[in-house]
Design a protein around this ligand. Sequence first.
Ligand code: C5P
Length: 224
Amino acid sequence: MPKIVIAIDGYSSCGKSTTAKAVAARMGYAYIDTGAMYRAVSLFFSREHVSLSNTGDVLNALDKIHITFNFNGRTGKNETCLNGLNVEEEIRTMFISNIVSEVSAIPEVRWAMVAQQQKMGRKRGVVMDGRDIGTKVFPDAEVKIFMTADVETRARRRQQELLEKGEMVNLNDIIENLEKRDRIDSTRSESPLVQAPDAVLLDTSHMAIEEQIEWVIEQADTRL
Ligand code: C5P
């Protein structure tokens, strides 16, 4: 059977990664969380006090960053590794959520990440989620989905995720963060968040995760 690329883009906290991960597992495909890559870059920049407006500094720092994904057999979870060290927990904090969109709006950061993502998916058989997968990373993806949901639903889901990790955050702070990220992501000059003309819109406001998974698999089935 031919292997295809499934691109899932959309607004923050719509359930993209949960859906993409499950679809990949059921189809025997690789899953690539491109948001985790931008989060790992943001963590490195913050630790090294990289000046975002200094292109030389940014390029220097990017040279020192190596991002990989590791499946931990003990926990059964995917881990994002920055220079060989697991940073999965650190990159999911509100601190990183508050700086990641500014970092990922830097063209040099995007060029480096997009090149890496294209390399990771070159053999196809991949589900990739992000903001520019169907428009920039894999414009030839066989399946393109653009996810959306109302902001309050998204914020409640995000609050629950953070709570499960022991971080208590006020709902309004989460709404503010989601709206700010969506605004920066949609208005940046380099590969902004937009629905690709050939992407199918999926509003997850009233959908359970299982329904979202089934829906994406049905879309994929029509292309296989
Ligand atoms: O997917 P997640 O919400 O973890 O992504 C974090 C941030 O990374 C987004 O708000 C966006 O600024 C950036 N991002 C991006 N392009 C992608 C994936 C994520 O700019 N392909």
